[in-house]
Design a protein around this ligand. Sequence first.
Ligand code: ZN
Length: 124
Amino acid sequence: MPIYEFRCNECQRTSSFFVRTVNDPLNPVCASCGSSNVERCISSFAIHKSIKTIHEESGEPTMFPKNPDYYRDPRNIGRSTEKRLKELGVDMDSEEYRDTFAGVKETIAAAREGEMPKTLKDQL
Ligand SMILES: [Zn+2]
């Protein structure tokens, strides 16, 4: 379950929100003062949870997309992962996240070369 953190521009406090999916409409207000003048920030915990979600949804055989051929094209695996990270406001190439996402980038690069992630290859 993704967790979003928002910092209030009025009182500078941080509030956490749980959402079921990243597509859930989100109208966060500050838990301390009720202001809607809040900015999203991402905690390391939220990133950790999100990477797990990304792996479950894009690389593991537990995901069953509507089009069963979608993940037979390994290029789509990298695409959905990058899209998800972009939605989270994460730049994999930035200095801050480069180390964190080194493995993810390797997997994407391998997929782009046409190499299926191991778990998926076994399933297919
Ligand atoms: Zn506030």
